[in-house]
Design a protein around this ligand. Structure first.
Ligand code: HEC
Length: 403
């Protein structure tokens, strides 16, 4: 019953998390597009009001005419009905953290820890996972504050953050089960994204508004800082999403160099995002859309696919493949590798495999989880071999007989 309720909590939190994330990333992508698509206004009355750029758009049966005031509008009062964007970000973080708690922290011994990677207690692993999220933010924030001042500040900050993300990915993969490590790196970047909104972007905007309402000239530093963090956020977006999705694909995170796989996936995401960001600017300036970065990103993904391709079956495996599969062999594998987590008492994800009828009922899922995705056994806790996976594959492909 407990497990059943946790599955419901998991489902509803996941739903809420995806919805809030769509709302956040959707508005964030929209404003990045808007910013990069602005062109100077030809209208004198708008110029007089301090408008620096405008965009005409057609959508949903009407026309929109957005104006951007660079530091702040030079006319007062600022309307009371001012739309802010922050709850999308905070609620994405809150639902994400709750989901992480329900799926990983509650089951730290099977989800966070892989004893062949690093053997430690659930309490220590949980503390380290939480420490990871906090430490990344503190160091990343420190890099942005200290290195970002000079002429090439943005470049230096960008390069340093990149090196630091690579290091954090490597470290996570030395400490946690591959699946958890990938998720944690995604969560760590996502935490920094929300913290950017919470600690810098929104407080900066509040100060600008307070100065305007007090009749003072707002300090442009708030706008510059907010912009820097929001640019980082846009480049983090695709890496975060691929890090989170990748943990559903066992072959990505199970290899010995899984940290490099994660880094390459995220690099591909950032490069592809860059092409989209640059494309809007190019469009306004009448230049060709710069697709080179996206092409390099896609090439990285193709390279990864080739690197991770399963080796061709050995002569031994080929000989075994020709033999018919005996149910007794399959049953022995299920008993040895699966039953401790899928039996009459413990039924992870409502899957029990302690009778032939149950194995048959779940045959397709077993095939998918063990053979295709290699997600089961969880973190390969029971040490299934490639030959045993191949056996399950032949069994399923020959119609999953249970006698
Ligand atoms: C160490 C415990 C453990 C072992 C061993 C294990 N599993 Fe699982 N299994 C789990 C957990 C935990 C889940 C839920 C995973 C999740 O929520 O992502 C699960 C989920 C599943 C699911 C449902 C997946 C889904 O999302 O629909 C199937 C099917 C499955 N396991 C099959 C197997 C088979 C077959 C084996 C043996 C080859 C096996 N498991 C071994 C812990 C285990």
């Amino acid at each position: 019953m407990d497990a059943y309720l946790i599955d419901w909590a998991n489902l509803l939190l996941r739903w809420a998390h995806v919805i809030t994330a769509i709302a956040w990333i959707g508005s964030s992508f929209y404003f990045v597009m808007l910013d990069n698509s602005l062109s100077p206004t030809p209208h004198d009355d708008l110029k007089a009001k301090g408008v620096d750029g405008e965009l005409w758009a057609v959508h949903g049966g009407g026309f929109y005419h957005s104006n951007k005031y660079m530091v702040a509008p030079r006319w007062l009062p600022i309307p009371q009905n001012l739309h802010w964007s922050y709850w999308e970000s905070y609620s994405t973080w809150l639902t994400g953290f709750a989901l992480f708690t329900v799926s990983y922290l509650f089951h730290a011994s099977s989800f966070l820890i892989d004893k062949t990677v690093f053997d430690w207690s659930p309490a220590a692993a949980i503390a380290a996972a939480l420490g990871f999220l906090a430490a990344f933010w503190l160091i990343y924030d420190g890099i942005c504050r200290t290195l970002g001042q000079g002429a090439k500040g943005d470049l230096i900050v960008g390069g340093s953050v990149l090196v630091f993300v690579v290091f954090a990915s490597w470290l996570a993969c030395q400490l946690f089960a591959g699946r958890a490590a990938f998720l944690l790196v995604g969560a760590m970047l996502a935490t920094a994204m929300s913290a950017n909104v919470f600690f810098w972007i929104i407080p900066g905007q509040r100060q600008v508004i307070a100065s305007l309402r007090a009749g003072e000239n707002p300090d442009p530093v708030h706008g510059r800082r907010g912009k820097q963090r929001s640019v980082h956020n846009t480049y983090f977006t695709l890496p975060v999403i691929i890090a989170m999705l990748s943990n559903h694909y066992g072959w990505l995170y199970q290899g010995p160099h899984n940290w490099a796989v994660l880094v390459l996936l995220m690099a591909a995401g950032a490069l592809i995002r860059h092409s989209f960001v640059a494309r809007h600017k190019a469009h306004v300036q009448g230049r060709r859309a710069p697709w080179e970065h996206a092409v390099v990103g896609v090439a990285l993904l193709i390279g990864l696919a080739i690197w991770l391709a399963p080796p061709p079956p050995s002569a031994e495996a080929q000989a075994a493949a020709a033999r018919p599969v005996a149910w007794a062999e399959v049953q022995a594998v299920v008993e040895q590798r699966c039953l401790i987590c899928h039996n009459a008492q413990v039924q992870q994800k409502n899957v029990a495999l302690h009778t032939p009828a149950l194995v048959q009922q779940h045959a397709q899922q077993v095939y998918q989880q063990v053979v295709l995705l290699k997600l089961m056994p969880m973190n390969n806790a029971t040490g299934i071999t490639e030959a045993e996976r191949a056996l399950l594959k032949r069994w399923y492909e020959s119609g999953a007989p249970v006698r």
